[in-house]
Design a binder for this molecule. Structure first.
Ligand SMILES: [Zn+2]
Length: 357
């Protein structure tokens, strides 16, 4: 069986649009809505939400309108997350600027001078940028470059006329408001450079796979649930939302690229162990066999400072076989970059899994 064609143009546009929707953990609803709207065009899918706000799409193989080689095996699931690293307003400073606390551990040096949106509880968004508190070279000289980039020394300068805590509060900003960093998306020579390819790239992989199958008139071999989670970056995204009858869960999330890693931007990766321990031997082997059968370029790798949504489900008591696949992402949780080769390999792997069961 050959895999259906992936619509490259669609994939890139969907991913760029999704990257441009701010969705830090705690404020991921606009991105969930965007994916929900996109998937609502496929009548094969039954969409629902968890109480926590995650999106679930069920594709029932038995009632499927497409062609396929349906089996009577129990359902499977795939998951990816739309929430990203971000921040929350910790204090409004006497000078009217904001002190932030990070959500999910973004590296301050990587967002220094970046544009931000502050989302107020009244539904407004206020523009600003992240600076060290000794930013002016003409005032601080070398002290600026020697300043430690940490919660204490970074601040948000709002693009509003405010020089006091009172004036900032009058803008509608409160302690606890969500803050999003600009993604800075750029597509060049097959590379996609942006913050938060983790894990929006993999959400695009899932959506593109669904589109390819639907347009080819194909249906999954087994009933499948897609969980688009909204709390992964803080460790418990997919802890809820996977139905108990699901037998296998494939987490689709970025592969770590850099010194000491086997992964690269031109392959998909099967991670056999990360910070949460080893994945499921049997499902790992099944994923390898699928990749080999369909000539999907892949690596196997081990990640250190990494935990996945599948593990969140395991820790919450989920009883499934679990695997983790995904495209190589350079400089993860920093200014990330992926390549279409690794992204296509991941979409094809998902297609092979859906079609063969
Ligand atoms: Zn991730």
């Amino acid at each position: 069986m050959s895999l259906p064609i992936i619509d490259q143009e669609y994939f890139t546009k969907f991913l760029v649009d999704l990257l441009n929707i701010p969705s830090p953990t705690g404020f991921a609803e606009p991105a969930i809505e965007f994916v929900e709207k996109e998937l609502s065009q496929y009548k094969q899918l039954e969409l629902s939400r968890t109480r926590k706000g995650a999106l679930v799409a069920k594709w029932d193989s038995a009632t499927s309108i497409g062609r396929g080689m349906q089996t009577n095996l129990p359902p499977v699931a795939l998951t990816a997350h739309v929430d990203t690293l971000g921040a929350v307003v910790k204090e409004i400073k006497p000078n009217g600027r904001l002190k932030l606390v990070r959500v999910g551990g973004i590296q301050w040096n990587s967002v220094e001078t970046e544009g931000v949106w502050v989302f107020t509880t009244k539904g407004e968004k206020i523009r600003g940028s992240v600076l060290i508190n000794k930013a002016s070279g003409h005032i601080y000289g070398v002290k600026g470059s020697k300043t430690k980039r940490d919660d204490e020394h970074m601040e948000v300068r709002l693009d509003e006329r405010t020089t006091s805590e009172k004036e900032t509060r009058e803008l509608g900003i409160n302690v606890g408001d969500c803050v999003a960093f600009d993604p800075r998306v750029e597509v060049t020579n097959g590379f996609i450079r942006s913050r938060f390819l983790d894990d929006k790239a993999c959400v695009a992989n899932l959506v593109a796979a669904i589109k390819s199958m639907a347009e080819a008139g194909l249906s999954p071999a087994r009933t499948v649930y897609f969980l688009i989670s909204n709390y992964e970056e803080v460790g418990h995204g997919a802890a809820a939302g996977i139905p108990s009858e699901v037998e296998e869960l494939v987490t689709v999330d970025m592969a770590v690229v850099g010194k000491g890693q086997a992964s690269d931007e031109f392959h998909a990766t099967l991670c056999t162990k990360d910070g949460g321990g080893p994945y499921h031997f049997g499902l790992n082997n099944k994923m390898r066999a699928l990749a080999e059968k369909h000539d999907i370029p892949y690596k196997t790798d081990v990640y250190t400072f990494y935990g996945s949504d599948g593990e969140a489900f395991w820790r919450a008591g989920g009883d499934v076989a679990l695997a983790l696949i995904g495209p190589g992402i350079d400089a993860s949780h920093n200014y990330e970059r992926a390549h279409m080769d690794g992204l296509n390999a991941t979409t094809n792997w998902i297609l092979a899994y859906l079609l063969e069961g």
